[in-house]
Design a binder for this molecule. Structure first.
Ligand code: GRF
Length: 194
């Protein structure tokens, strides 16, 4: 059995889908950066330990991302995590953190990368003339949604599709794809004994 952590900032619907869809592995920790976010309530209901890792300003008045991510790493190590799974974590991670977890850090994005990276993936792909919409799981590097692709799920855009239906369909695809990819990666990581 592999152990993974989910990092989330908001609702946590992907987090919940992961916990329910990875019966062979253990979600050892939910880490969030926003106090009161609904993902913490989901963690409580699902019986997954959770931790708040606030990003605070340093003495120079700038956001001290490094301190927050050193804290975060300490929690991940304490929980013996094999894989770090970003699911709606609305922070660009520091190069230091990305290096620490290289090869063990993944993200899901609600568009067909490399098209439409960034915080508005659904809006941007909806506004585009792309014939297909879809979601992407990818390795995380120092850039914004620029890491190597792992797997995508897609569907053809029909003329009668509404924005709301498209968004619902994208989330359904995410909830199906992410647990499947996490299971596969953990199977491999655990077999390799890393
Ligand atoms: C998802 O659409 C994910 O792709 C994006 O942020 C959203 C998070 O939703 N990165 P939730 O918090 O998992 O419900």
């Amino acid at each position: 059995m592999g152990r993974y952590a989910v990092l989330a900032s908001g609702s946590g619907s992907n987090f919940e889908a992961l916990v329910q869809g990875t019966p062979d592995h253990e979600c050892a920790l939910l880490a969030g950066d926003r106090e009161g976010a609904f993902c913490f309530e989901r963690a409580r209901r699902l019986g997954v330990p959770s931790v708040l890792v606030p990003y605070r300003k340093g003495l120079d008045g700038k956001l001290d991302r490094l301190s927050a991510e050193k804290d975060l790493t300490r929690h991940l190590v304490e929980h013996h995590v094999d894989l770090v799974v970003l699911a709606g974590f609305m922070r660009l991670l520091t190069p230091w953190f990305v290096r620490q977890w290289k090869g063990r850090l993944i993200n899901i994005h609600p568009a067909l990368l490399p098209r439409h990276p960034g915080a508005h993936g659904i809006d941007d792909s909806w506004a585009s003339q792309d014939p297909e919409l879809g979601v992407t799981v990818h390795w995380v590097d120092e850039g914004m949604d620029t890491g190597e692709l792992i797997e995508q799920s897609r569907f053809l855009r029909t003329p009668d599709l509404t924005r709301e239906q498209a968004e619902e369909h994208l989330h359904r695809l995410e909830h199906e794809l992410y647990p499947r990819v996490v299971t596969r990666l953990l199977n491999t990581l655990v077999t390799q004994g890393t």
